[in-house]
Design a protein around this ligand. Structure first.
Ligand SMILES: Nc1nc2c(ncn2[C@@H]2O[C@H](COP(=O)(O)OP(=O)(O)O)[C@@H](O)[C@H]2O)c(=O)[nH]1
Ligand SMILES: [Mg+2]
Length: 230
């Protein structure tokens, strides 16, 4: 990973948030009615479900993983948040002063896309010391959504590096926080050392539709990658 590049990313960008659309995607592909956001409480799978995929949601502490899974999940999400301890405070420095809990095992949620594809979402603990758990969680996963906070893009290097080590295809979603510097897509790609084919979208983890669109960008990428390699 290009660890130096992100710290050199220009603050305050020119072009605004990256366009969430993928090359070749039309506005109709993203029409809200195509992807109705599931109502929470749907305990059972919809009858038309034809496939399922395990997806990781990764990123550093405080980037919005637990929030995103809770926002999109149609079942009550499982969250294993624990109070951050004084011992952890020395190392768990991200997340701002308001963050008092952290995911210690995993987050889990489920979402059905387009009525027929179920995504099982597994949020990984953000801290690199949980890497062994991370590797276990990655078993059987088809891909990952990597969240990035532009206030500290370098904090995402560990997660992106882990995904590369695991050879797990991923999409990057910039989670917008108030006061986050806005970078052009090109600057972000350079800073995060992304391949041209890696989708880069923006989202607000508290907003269901934008979070679902980020997951759709990932699924399209996975389908495309699978088609290319077959
Ligand atoms: N403003 C804003 N706050 C967010 C967003 N996503 C998460 N947060 C807040 O940031 C904090 C950390 O989020 P959390 O989901 O716990 O991060 P995690 O450590 O990656 O699981 C929480 O207080 C969230 O409410 C976002 O998109 N915008
Ligand atoms: Mg969490």
């Amino acid at each position: 990973m290009a660890s130096k590049a992100a710290s050199e990313a220009p603050a305050g960008g020119a072009a605004g948030a990256p366009d969430p659309r993928l090359p070749g995607e039309t506005a109709a592909d993203r029409a809200p009615e195509r992807y109705p956001v599931a109502e929470p409480g749907g305990k059972y799978l919809a009858p038309g479900v034809a496939g399922a995929a395990k997806i990781l949601v990764v990123g550093p502490l405080g980037v919005g993983k637990t929030t995103l899974i809770g926002t999109v999940s149609e079942i009550r999400p499982l969250s294993t948040e624990a109070l951050m301890t004084r011992a952890g405070a020395r190392v768990d420095t991200r997340g701002g002063r308001t963050k008092t809990t952290t995911t210690v095992a995993l987050d889990f949620g489920r979402i059905t896309l387009d009525g027929d594809l179920v995504l099982y979402l597994f949020g990984t603990p953000g801290q690199q010391r949980f890497l062994p758990a991370w590797r276990d969680l990655a078993k059987g996963a088809l891909g990952a959504l990597a969240l990035v906070d532009t206030r500290d893009p370098a904090a995402s290097f560990d997660a992106l590096g882990n995904l590369e080590d695991l050879d797990l295809p991923f999409a990057v979603a910039v989670n917008a926080f108030p006061g986050s510097p806005v970078h052009s897509e090109d600057d972000l790609r350079v800073a995060l050392d992304l391949l041209p084919s890696t989708p880069l979208v923006s989202c607000d983890a508290r907003d269901a539709r934008s979070s679902v669109l980020a997951l759709i960008a990932l699924v399209r990428h996975l389908v495309h990658a699978a088609t290319e390699s077959s």
